[in-house]
Design a protein around this ligand. Structure first.
Ligand SMILES: Cc1cc2nc3c(=O)[nH]c(=O)nc-3n(C[C@H](O)[C@H](O)[C@H](O)COP(=O)(O)OP(=O)(O)OC[C@H]3O[C@@H](n4cnc5c(N)ncnc54)[C@H](O)[C@@H]3O)c2cc1C
Length: 306
């Protein structure tokens, strides 16, 4: 992960990744478990076995114990997305428009879409993938999440706090606090209910009174087994998918993108079996026979034989 974001920093000439520590609040039982874990399983580089010696914050409620995760960090996604968008625009490599499935035409070894012809198409649609006619047998279980941005001048917190909510510095005395999880009413509207839930959980961490700067809602694109979904459609090998990153897009994205890129470049055919899209097509024949007899999902014959 870090290697990828450092490469993107070089490419865009922007600082994007801020390594740091994550402080986990623990109850008595968790604290014993934490110490056992920290000195076993080769996790010493990640978990601090003596957190009580290494973390203090006078503004946090004192009745809890702490675990420390080293090698945590924060990625400035806003900067990454706007910077990379600009990079692509300058090279005429992106079009900002709604993709319409009806306009996609398949040939045995390629695709075309309006004036674009390509060997492959990879769908990276986030939660909208449940509308994709080529992936109707995938089992999605998206979740909605809401997050607050708070201003708390006295907190002086550089670490990321992980408790019932996380608290992460966004600079200038502002902190992101999140997130909620809900599985119904999947939309991008913020709610009073989520705001109250986040504030109540935040109150358990510090008695300081925050000023609310903003509230945002999003949908985590998640599969039924909470594993990503990566790879090529066994029936239409020209069509790929990269999705299901759930609540860990920043962490998992680079790992699985590298596998997909290796596959595309022909340098590797490895896609982690737990994430491979083929898990949703258990009985599909492995040969390319399916491509030959394919009828479009839109009712008309769309496959063009070369
Ligand atoms: C509240 C909240 C907190 C989170 N916190 C974290 C965190 O701390 N760390 C972390 O790693 N992850 C976090 N996540 C998860 C993270 O946001 C996702 O894992 C990530 O956004 C998934 O990326 P994606 O590109 O697959 O999908 P998305 O980010 O959903 O992007 C999909 C894109 O496809 C576009 N699109 C879809 N259909 C079409 C179409 N037909 N035509 C054109 N464009 C289309 C959409 O507009 C969108 O831009 C959080 C999510 C939420 C909601």
């Amino acid at each position: 992960m870090e290697k990828t974001y450092r490469q993107l920093e070089n490419l865009l000439n922007e600082e994007l990744y801020y390594p740091g520590r994550m402080i986990k609040r623990l109850n008595e039982n968790e604290s014993v478990f934490w110490k056992e874990k920290a000195i076993s399983n080769q996790l010493e580089a990640y978990l601090d076995a003596t957190p009580e010696l290494n973390f203090r914050n006078k503004n946090m409620t004192a009745d809890s114990k702490f675990g420390i995760v080293n090698k945590a960090g924060r990625l400035d996604l806003q900067k990454l997305i706007s910077g990379f968008l600009e990079f692509l625009k300058q090279r005429n490599l992106i079009r900002n428009e709604k993709f319409e499935y009806e306009k996609l035409t398949l040939q045995p070894d390629s695709i075309s879409y309006n004036d674009v012809s390509a060997q492959k198409i990879i769908f990276c649609e986030g939660p909208s993938a449940d509308q994709n006619p080529y992936f109707q047998n995938l089992k999605f279980k998206h979740s909605k999440g809401e997050i607050l941005e708070l201003k708390i001048p006295e907190l002086n917190l550089n670490e990321i706090i992980s408790d019932e909510v996380f608290v992460m510095s966004a600079g200038n005395d502002r902190y992101k606090v999140g997130a909620t999880y809900s599985w119904d009413e999947l939309n991008w509207k913020t709610t009073n209910f989520a705001r109250e839930e986040l504030l109540a959980k935040f109150k358990k961490i510090t008695p300081l009174i925050p000023e609310i700067i903003s509230q945002k809602a999003g949908i985590r694109p998640t599969m039924h087994d909470r594993k990503p979904v990566v790879g090529f459609h066994p029936e239409y090998p020209q069509i790929g998918i990269f999705n299901g990153l759930g609540s860990k897009g920043v962490l998992l994205g680079p790992y699985f993108a590298r596998q997909l890129a290796g596959y595309l470049a022909g340098t590797s055919d490895y896609i982690h079996p737990e994430a491979d899209v083929k898990r949703y097509f258990p009985s599909f024949p492995s040969s390319d026979q399916g491509v030959k007899k394919q009828i479009s999902r839109f009712g008309s014959e769309k496959l063009v034989e070369n």
